[in-house]
Design a protein around this ligand. Structure first.
Ligand code: PMV
Length: 325
C-alpha cells in the first residue's frame, strides 16, 4: 500500500547569531540559542511517498541516486512516530540560481521533515515540525519559519525548537551572497563544531558571547537598526570563525576570496555605507544591508567578483506543503 505523495518547499536560512556546537550529538541540542534570516532565493523541494511493498528507502537528489545513510535514520524517527515500517521514495531538488555551492542542509531537512511527516499521516504543528527538522540538521530547526527566526536552545528534545521573531519583515533588509568558491566544503559543520567543542580553550567564552549577542540582536532587529544588527552579526560570525583557529587541529573556512570580500565590505563601511558580513561553514561571504544600498554594494564587489557570483536575497517564507496527490 502506498501513502499519498507529498511535496514540501523549504527555504534556506543564514544565521546572524550562530549555532556552533552541540550539547547532545544524537538529539542535536545546541550549546547556545541562535537567530537567522530565512532567504527567498535558495530553496529545496522534496517529494516523499511511503510504500509498504518497499523494504528500503530510495533517494534521488538533483536527479542523481544517492546513499540514504543520513536520510534513513531521520525517516526512522517519523516511521516510529507514525507506527509504520514502509520504505520511502524521496525525490529532492535544490533551487539555487547557479551551481553556487549554496545547497544547504537547512532547507533540505526542513522540506524532508514536512513532506515525510505529512506523507506518513502525522499532523504536526510548526513547533513539532521544527523539533523534527532539528534531528536532521541543526540549522533546519529554523527553516520551518520565515523571516527572522530564533532557535531556542532548550536542554532536551521537547524544549529545543525555533520560534518566529518577525515572519514578514517590513524592514527592507537584504542579504547579498558572494559566491567565493563553488567547491564542496572540506570540513563539514558536524565535524568542525565537534572539534571545536572538544578542543578549543575558548569554547565556554563563545557560549557566553553567543548568549549575549542573541539577547542584544533582538531589540536591534525590532528597531530596524542596521548598524546594531549588522555589527552584532559580524562580530558573532568572526568569533565563531576564530574558534576554529583555536581548535586542535586548527582549521579555517576563510580563503583568499573570503578576505577580499570582507575587505571590500569594510571599505564600503568606511565610506558610510552600512553593510556587514557573515560566513558559515564554507568560504562564501554573505553581506547584510538595506535595499537602498544594494546597488552600491554590488558595484564595489564587481571590481573583484563576477557579476554572476553575486546574488541578492530578500527575506523568505517558512516551510510549505505545495502538493499532495
Ligand atoms: O545545521 P548544520 O549542521 O548545517 O550547522 C550549521 C552551522 C552554521 O551554518 C555555521 C551556523 C548556523 O547557525 O547556521
Amino acid at each position: 500500500m502506498k501513502t499519498p505523495r507529498v511535496t514540501a518547499r523549504a527555504h534556506t536560512n543564514i544565521a546572524l547569531v550562530k549555532y556552533w556546537g552541540k550539547r547532545d550529538e544524537d538529539l542535536i541540542i545546541p550549546m547556545n540559542g541562535s537567530l537567522s534570516l530565512t532567504l527567498d532565493e535558495f530553496y529545496t523541494e522534496t517529494t516523499v511517498q511511503f510504500d509498504s511493498k518497499q523494504q528500503t528507502d530510495h533517494l534521488i537528489l538533483d536527479g542523481v541516486t544517492q546513499p540514504t545513510t543520513r536520510v534513513t535514520p531521520f525517516l526512522d524517527i517519523i516511521r516510529n512516530q507514525a507506527g509504520i515500517t514502509a520504505g520511502a521514495a524521496v525525490i529532492s531538488t535544490n533551487h539555487v540560481p547557479t551551481a553556487a555551492g549554496l545547497a544547504s542542509s537547512a532547507s533540505a531537512y526542513a522540506a524532508l521533515a514536512a513532506a515525510a511527516s505529512k506523507a506518513a499521516g502525522l499532523t504536526l504543528n510548526r513547533q513539532a515540525l521544527s523539533r523534527l527538522a532539528r534531528r536532521g540538521s541543526g540549522s533546519a530547526t529554523r527553516s520551518v519559519f520565515g523571516g527572522f527566526v530564533e532557535w531556542q536552545a532548550g536542554t532536551n528534545d521537547a524544549t529545543s525548537y525555533a520560534v518566529p521573531i518577525d515572519e514578514h519583515p517590513t524592514w527592507p533588509i537584504r542579504m547579498v551572497t558572494v559566491v567565493v568558491d563553488r567547491a564542496e566544503k572540506k570540513i563539514g559543520s558536524r565535524a568542525g563544531m565537534q572539534t571545536v567543542v572538544k578542543t578549543s580553550p575558548f569554547y565556554q567564552e563563545w557560549v557566553k558571547k553567543a548568549q549575549a549577542d542573541l539577547a542584544a540582536i533582538k531589540p536591534a532587529i525590532a528597531a530596524h537598526d542596521i548598524q546594531q544588527t549588522g555589527a552584532i552579526a559580524e562580530s558573532n560570525a568572526m568569533a565563531m570563525h576564530a574558534l576554529n583557529l583555536t581548535a586542535t587541529p586548527h582549521f579555517t573556512y576563510f580563503t583568499a576570496g573570503s578576505l577580499t570580500a570582507m575587505h571590500c565590505v569594510e571599505e564600503l563601511r568606511a565610506k558610510g555605507i552600512p553593510c556587514y558580513y557573515t560566513m558559515d561553514a564554507g568560504p562564501n561571504v554573505k553581506v547584510l544591508c538595506e535595499e537602498q544600498h544594494v546597488t552600491a554594494i554590488l558595484t564595489a564587489l564587481q571590481a573583484h567578483f563576477d557579476k554572476n557570483d553575486l546574488l541578492v536575497a530578500h527575506p523568505g517564507p517558512g516551510v510549505q506543503i505545495i502538493r499532495e496527490d
